[in-house]
Ligand binder design. Structure first.
Ligand SMILES: *[C@@H]1O[C@H](CO)[C@@H](O)[C@H](O)[C@H]1NC(C)=O
Length: 122
């Protein structure tokens, strides 16, 4: 009992110290409120286009369903985590599928990189 309690206190102490030392909370994600923001839609289109290009697919963005963002280790980079609906242009009778994507964005270098892109449901 006693040692479990002191372990919890120790863990709290360490996480508080870490947050103070690195100037950020461990959970740095903030929700994206305006999913129609051209910047956010641009990120989603970039992700679909990269996926098309690298996987030889023909997905078309339908909409951004949900999104959050966080600052990367490099403070000039923002990581976007988006849930999107996309339709396969090569199978037009199939309904849109839901996909998750992570994109790194460094506006000052005009750089975007696809981190991951995967389907979670049909
Ligand atoms: C993906 O490829 C298809 C087929 O070439 C195209 O119609 C679609 O616009 C592309 N999507 C994006 C976001 O570029």
């Amino acid at each position: 009992m006693g040692s479990a309690k002191s372990l919890v206190i120790f863990a709290l102490f360490i996480s508080t110290f870490a947050a103070a030392a690195f100037g950020a909370t461990p959970e740095g994600w903030w929700p994206i409120k305006n999913l129609n923001d051209p910047e956010v839609v641009g990120i989603a289109k970039f992700a679909v286009a990269e996926y098309n290009r690298t996987s030889n697919k023909a997905l078309v963005l339908v909409s951004v369903v949900k999104g959050e963002a966080k600052q990367a280790f490099d403070p000039s980079e923002t990581i976007y985590h988006l849930d999107i609906y996309a339709k396969d242009a090569a199978a037009s009778t199939k309904p849109a599928g839901k996909y998750v994507t992570f994109v790194g964005d460094i506006p000052s270098k005009k750089f975007r990189g696809l981190i991951s892109f995967y389907q979670i449901s049909n």
